[in-house]
Design a protein around this ligand. Sequence first.
Ligand SMILES: Nc1ncnc2c1ncn2[C@@H]1O[C@H](COP(=O)(O)OP(=O)(O)OP(=O)(O)O)[C@@H](O)[C@H]1O
Ligand SMILES: [Mg+2]
Length: 113
Amino acid sequence: MKKIEAIIRPEKFQLLRSELSSIGIGGLTITEAAGTGKQKGQTGVFRGNTFQIQLLPKLKVEMVVDDLQVDEIVDIIINTCSTGNIGDGKIFIHPIEEIIRIRTKERGVEAVR
Ligand SMILES: Nc1ncnc2c1ncn2[C@@H]1O[C@H](COP(=O)(O)OP(=O)(O)OP(=O)(O)O)[C@@H](O)[C@H]1O
Ligand SMILES: [Mg+2]
């Protein structure tokens, strides 16, 4: 199992969610986030010679999925969340050690089915 963690533009979430539900992805967590990437939050022309790192609003979307689903989901995220402009976000893929459904105590794949 893997956790796909995608940092996306907030306005892309509704489209991403509907694409994910069309392939049967149900469980996910979203968190309002603020972050910065390579441009340190600069969105336009650099003004002045002192600057602070600006934090821009993003949405963090996390989902734990079977290894076999990862490529398909990454493609969906790229296709729905890219504009081609700076700040489109990032995808981080993490290995998952264990999953436990609290109600039933099921573990592993059973716990996310
Ligand atoms: N190295 C990183 N570690 C953790 N979060 C990051 C990292 N880089 C980017 N992020 C998160 O992703 C968001 C969007 O990053 P962004 O798309 O601007 O990345 P970038 O590397 O600057 O790429 P681009 O040149 O396309 O803008 C940031 O606001 C931050 O929340
Ligand atoms: Mg950037």
